[in-house]
Design a protein around this ligand. Structure first.
Ligand SMILES: [Zn+2]
Length: 412
C-alpha cells in the first residue's frame, strides 16, 4: 500500500504530560472503560470459539460497539476512535492466535488484561484527536481537556498517537515519519561482538563497559528494595499478604521509579555509545541475533538461568545481554537513519576462532585472554571475537578461507 510516508522512517516522539487531578481522573476512567471493553469483547470471542468453534467477525462487534455506546453513557463518554483501536488491538491478538493455530502450534488463547497491563490509550488518527496550542505548551485531548506539556523540542507532523502512563506519570507519544539524513562517509569499518565481562568489544580494540554497576543509582534501588521488604508481610511461600496496604503500594512505586531512573541512565548511555559508533563507521558488522540465541541454550536464558550457573553470575550476564541487545537495536536504528550499512553475521564460534590464522579451537580461549594454540596469536578474547565478526562480514559467507582463495585462483 502506497502512503505519503514512502521512503521515510517511522519514529516516535515522547513528551511528558502534567495533567491536573481532574484530568488524571478522566484519563484513568478512559483506561478503565477501554480495558473493560477489551475484556468484554474478548469474552464474546472466547464464548463464540469455545461453544460454536467460530471466530466472531470484528465488523459484528463494531456494530455492537455502536449500540453499546447508545445504551451506556460511560462508554459514550470515551472517544470513539480509542474504542475502535481497542477492537483493532483485539483483532491483531486473534490474527496472531489463528496464524499460530494454522501452523500447527498450540498457542495460548488471547488473555484478559489486568489493570497493571493496560496503560495506554491509542488514538489511531491522533492528528485529528489531539490538538496542540500554537506554542505547543498544551495539548487538547477529547474528554480530558487541555493538558500541560513539558516544554521541549517541537513535535512535527504526526499520525497515530498514544497517551501512556508509567509509574504514576503520563506521557504523550506521537508517531511520525522522517527522511533519512545520511552522514558523511568516513571509509572506516568495524565488527562488534558482545563481550564476556564488558558490554561489547570493537574490532579496533576498544571495549565498551556497561554503565558502572556500582553506581549511586544502584545503591538507591537497593535501598528502596530493602524499604519494600521491611513493609511487606509474606505468607509461607513468599507472596505478599498486605498487597493493598497504602504504605506498601507507595514503597512499590518508589522502587519502580528508582529502577526506571536506573534503566533511563543506562539507555541514555547506550544512545551515546551507538551514536558515536554510527558516526565513526560506514560499515558495521553485528552478530545476527537469531543465530546466537539458538546456540545459547545450555547456559539458559536471562529469565531462566541454566542449572549450575551461579545466581549472581547469571544476573550480571543477563544485564550485559540485555544491554547488548538494546545497543544493537539502537545501532541498527541510527544506522538506517544515517544511511550506514549494517551487515548481519553468523557469530557462532567467533570466540574460539583465531583472527590471525582462522584456527578454530576451544583451547585457545582462556577467560579474558585469547592465545591461539596453532599460531600463538595473543589478544583480548572479546576484541578477537569482534575481529572475527568483521572478517566474516568482509568475506563470502559459508566458505572456508582455503576454498575461497582456491576459487579466486581458478578465475585468474
Ligand atoms: Zn592462530
Amino acid at each position: 500500500m502506497a502512503s505519503r510516508f514512502d521512503g521515510q522512517l517511522r519514529w516516535l516522539h515522547k513528551v511528558r504530560l502534567y495533567p491536573t487531578c481532574a484530568q488524571e481522573r478522566a484519563l484513568v476512567t478512559m483506561l478503565r472503560v477501554t480495558r473493560e471493553l477489551y475484556n468484554g469483547l474478548l469474552q464474546q470471542r472466547r464464548d463464540a470459539w469455545t461453544t460454536r468453534r467460530v471466530s466472531l467477525p470484528s465488523r459484528e462487534q463494531y456494530a455492537q460497539l455502536t449500540e453499546l455506546r447508545e445504551a451506556e453513557p460511560r462508554f459514550a463518554a470515551v472517544y470513539r476512535e480509542c474504542q475502535d483501536a481497542v477492537l483493532h488491538r483485539l483483532d491483531l491478538a486473534f490474527a496472531a492466535f489463528f496464524r499460530r493455530v494454522k501452523h500447527g502450534e498450540t498457542p495460548g488463547f488471547p488473555r484478559f488484561k489486568p489493570a497493571a497491563r493496560w496503560n495506554q490509550l491509542e488514538f489511531p488518527h491522533g492528528d485529528r484527536a489531539l490538538k496542540f496550542d500554537t506554542v505547543q505548551r498544551r495539548v487538547r485531548a477529547p474528554g480530558v481537556g487541555s493538558i500541560r506539556l513539558r516544554k521541549g523540542r517541537v513535535v512535527p507532523e504526526f499520525g497515530r498517537a498514544f497517551l501512556v502512563t508509567k509509574n504514576g506519570r503520563w506521557y504523550a507519544v506521537f508517531e511520525g515519519h522522517r527522511l533519512t539524513s545520511p552522514l558523511p562517509a568516513t571509509g572506516c569499518r568495524v565488527g562488534i561482538d558482545r563481550g564476556i565481562r564488558v558490554l561489547a568489544a570493537l574490532s579496533d580494540g576498544t571495549t565498551i563497559e556497561n554503565l558502572r554497576p556500582g553506581s549511586r543509582r544502584r545503591a538507591v534501588v537497593e535501598r528502596h528494595q530493602r524499604a519494600l521488604d521491611a513493609v511487606t508481610v509474606k505468607d509461607a511461600i513468599g507472596r505478599p499478604l498486605n498487597a493493598k496496604d497504602p504504605a506498601r503500594i507507595a514503597a512499590v512505586r518508589r522502587l519502580a521509579r528508582a529502577k526506571e531512573r536506573e534503566a533511563n541512565a543506562r539507555r541514555d548511555w547506550l544512545h551515546k555509545v551507538s551514536r558515536e559508533i554510527v558516526r565513526r563507521f560506514d560499515r558495521i558488522a553485528l552478530e545476527a541475533l537469531r543465530l546466537r540465541s539458538m546456540t545459547r541454550s545450555a547456559k539458559g536464558t536471562s529469565e531462566v538461568p541454566g542449572v549450575g550457573v551461579r545466581a549472581k553470575a547469571g544476573l550480571n550476564r543477563a544485564l550485559l545481554d540485555a544491554g547488548f541487545g538494546i545497543l544493537a537495536t539502537l545501532i541498527r536504528e541510527k544506522a538506517e537513519y544515517a544511511a550506514r550499512t549494517v551487515i548481519e553475521v553468523d557469530a557462532r564460534y567467533s570466540s574460539q576462532t583465531c583472527a590471525a590464522c582462522g584456527c578454530v579451537c576451544k583451547e585457545s580461549r582462556e577467560g579474558p585472554c585469547f592465545t591461539c594454540v596453532r599460531c600463538g596469536h595473543a589478544a583480548d578474547a572479546d576484541v578477537n571475537a569482534a575481529q572475527i565478526i568483521l572478517l566474516r562480514a568482509e568475506s563470502p559467507p559459508k566458505s572456508a578461507p582455503g576454498t575461497a582463495r582456491g576459487r579466486q585462483h581458478d578465475a585468474a
